[in-house]
Design a protein around this ligand. Structure first.
Ligand SMILES: [Zn+2]
Length: 155
């Protein structure tokens, strides 16, 4: 977190005094995000699904023509409009139930014994991707929160 407050004043930082091992390099990172704990293969599988989606949902920003795999450096063949990659298509938002249902379908397919879908990507990678999307929808306010909320959880 930045030491700067929103109004431009400097936040007073309190440095805790403690005895340390003088023979090793110091790095006070105990409260930082532990990126070394990353399950790399699972995340790489999810990134493969995202790359597949980036290509699949590439389109013309003017006429909306779907142009899977089209380079963003070339104009739309129909209207000469600008091409936008499908990388952030999902950020326009979905129904939260729809994302949940997609994650469940991929998990069910895996549990029935089908390991990859028609794209050649793992059902587990797709499920991870749907849950990552749902998490971002929740934290960023994307899409429609159309969950059925039980009365004991209503705010
Ligand atoms: Zn176009």
């Amino acid at each position: 977190m930045s030491a700067w407050e929103k109004d431009g004043s400097v936040e007073e930082k309190v440095i805790e005094k403690k005895k340390v091992d003088v023979k090793v390099a110091l790095k006070f990172d105990e409260e930082k995000t532990p990126w070394d704990l990353m399950p790399f293969e699972a995340i790489e599988g999810m990134l493969d699904v995202l790359a597949y989606g980036k290509n699949k949902y590439t389109r013309c920003s003017e006429c909306g023509l779907s142009l899977p795999g089209q380079s963003e450096n070339e104009p739309c063949p129909d209207c000469n409009g600008k091409i936008v990659s499908g990388a952030d298509n999902w950020r326009k938002g979905f129904s939260w139930r729809r994302l949940y249902a997609a994650a469940c379908r991929h998990l069910a397919a895996f549990m029935k014994g089908e390991e990859v879908d028609e794209s050649g990507n793992s059902h587990l990678s797709h499920a991870l991707c749907m849950i990552a999307f749902l998490s971002e929808h929740y934290t960023q306010g994307y899409g429609e929160d159309d969950r059925f909320i039980y009365k004991q959880y209503k705010k």
